[in-house]
Ligand binder design. Structure first.
Ligand code: IPE
Ligand code: IPE
Ligand code: MG
Length: 252
């Protein structure tokens, strides 16, 4: 089967998750401070939200700050916190007018009270919107998310609200920050790095991965479409077999 034939029948993913990486290197290559890379990264984020909507994506998750990113110098951490604040304050009205529903995943307890309130406001004020679901992963770490889910289930079991023997995959998934979202079919990472860096470990169990060579500030519509084209050429088997593979396997 040629790629164009296969392309024709495979729809775009419903949920695309992106590890927005390479802001620092983008700046370094130009002799600019890392902060300038993050500023340009915010422009790429805005552009990607518009492109996702135009390309018919229903859920877009953007990895913006990881639980490990606290290890960066204090000045860079503060700058990134300020950038999220700036983004919500400046863009929320426009996003809401475009019918975007905003969700934030990640631990809330470590966020400054004003940022926490802002994040809650972004979610509640866009709750009724029915267009693109924009999920910002901020202070997000998949291990932390799974630990918080396990803790919640353990508390329910200890208080007798649930029987431990009924805990199944759906019960755990139902306690994750993403409990009401579909799993991503496609995870894109920019900057050429080929690791997952503690992103959506549970939800991406069967996702397709595309590692794009561009630094995040340069991620544009063409790069997005290229990633989607690669996705459409993948054969998703979910542990099963497909007819061509089946024929190629000899019976012992
Ligand atoms: C991604 O760019 C943004 C965040 C992790 C917040 P980086 O800041 O990781 O850029 P590089 O990887 O150092 O180039
Ligand atoms: C992953 O990028 C986190 C985000 C994009 C927010 P990092 O730059 O922090 O990942 P590592 O350190 O290269 O694995
Ligand atoms: Mg990086």
């Amino acid at each position: 089967m040629s790629s164009s034939q296969r392309d024709a029948g495979v729809p775009n993913p419903t949920h695309v998750a992106i590890i927005m990486d390479g802001n620092g290197r983008w700046a370094q290559m130009r002799g600019l401070p890392r902060q300038e890379g993050h500023r340009r990264g915010l422009e790429a984020l805005r552009r990607t939200i518009r492109n996702a909507d135009a390309l018919g994506i229903q859920v877009l998750t953007l990895y913006s700050f990881s639980t490990e990113n606290w290890r960066r110098p204090h000045a860079e951490v503060s700058f990134l916190m300020g950038l999220l604040k700036h983004f919500v304050e400046k863009d929320l009205a426009e996003l809401s007018a475009a019918n975007v529903r905003v969700r934030i995943i990640g631990g809330r307890d470590d966020l400054a009270p004003d940022l926490r309130r802002l994040v809650e406001h972004a979610e509640t004020s866009t709750r009724a919107n029915t267009g693109l679901v924009l999920v910002i992963a901020f202070n997000y770490g998949a291990r932390d998310e799974i630990v918080r889910a396990a803790r919640a289930l353990a508390a329910d079991a200890a208080s007798g609200r649930i029987d431990p023997s009924v805990i199944d995959e759906a019960a755990l998934a139902g306690r994750l920050d993403t409990h009401d979202l579909p799993d991503p079919e496609l995870v894109i990472r920019t900057s050429g790095e080929t690791r997952i860096s503690n992103f959506l470990l549970w939800q991406a169990a069967y996702a397709e991965f595309v590692f794009a060579p561009v630094m995040w500030p340069d991620f544009d519509r063409a790069a997005f479409e290229e990633a989607l084209a690669q996705y459409r050429q993948r054969e998703r088997r979910f542990g099963g077999v497909t007819a061509p593979t089946d024929r190629s396997v000899g019976v012992a």
